[in-house]
Design a binder for this molecule. Sequence first.
Ligand code: 13P
Ligand code: SF4
Length: 311
Amino acid sequence: MDETSTLRERIARLKRERRAVILAHYYTTPDVQAVADFLGDSLALAVQAQSVEAETILFAGVHFMAETAKVLCPDKRVLIPTLEAGCSLAESCDAGEFARFRARYPDHTVVSYVNTSVGVKALTDICCTSSNALRVVESLPADRPVLFAPDRNLGSYIQRLTGRTNMVLWDGACHVHEEFSLEKILDLKREHPGAKVVVHPECKAHVVAAADFVGSTAAILEYCGRSDAAEFIVVTEPGILAEMHRRYPGKRFIPAPPIDSTCGCNDCRYMKMITLENIAECLERMSPEVEIDEEIRRRAERSIRNMIAIR
Ligand code: 13P
Ligand code: SF4
């Protein structure tokens, strides 16, 4: 048996022994996706975490996603294979700095993207993901000022869609989505004139403007299924390609290159820290485990539940 098959068997045995389920994000590597019980975007994973019956959730994704599962399921043990799996966007918004920023806008409703630490969620009125950010902002009266954090690109995209002038944005960004090159996307479009350009809203505005479709990972997947096109230029983290090939084997998916084609910087280095080896080790040791202060958890739970109610 090869090494991957041995690891897969070990993980399957440990999952049974530990009564654990694995939730994985689309940006993890294909071999990690293959051992998941549930694969999804960040909204679907948060919703799924609530209906898990197993005692233990192993989160194959980044830390803020595992934290969200723990906030929603405080009685479950939530494991993450490495605590190093952070997120450049979540890290661009420190909870202490955010508290000072928020204090300058006392009459604003705080909407935060789930790509934040639990400390920022505790300072938030309502969370959102890229799947439901528009619905969340539109659920608020048009004259209610909004403080949107932490992604400036998603925030300005929502501003453009809603025409709201009363939105203040935190100046954060994701290092992966900001690296796409418009010139290279347009070159690809010239080579593949029938291809549709699908873009995640964390990309910069000039890249979003070149899109045929803008949406979260789940929304992009659905669009590729319902579109008549046979080819797609995919402007988000390339981990999503595995699910695209599984769902639509007859279609062609072309990953958009970064500005510097040699850097591999459109791979989310944090998602790629999750491996079959560290999943097996984590289940073996039942560690590292996500722990959250109960007072902060309760405050964060309110903002996440407000989000799920709007789904
Ligand atoms: P989704 O909300 O589309 O899952 O995206 C999460 C993310 O981290 C994007 O960079
Ligand atoms: Fe965070 Fe960007 Fe990675 Fe998404 S792709 S988890 S926003 S660093």
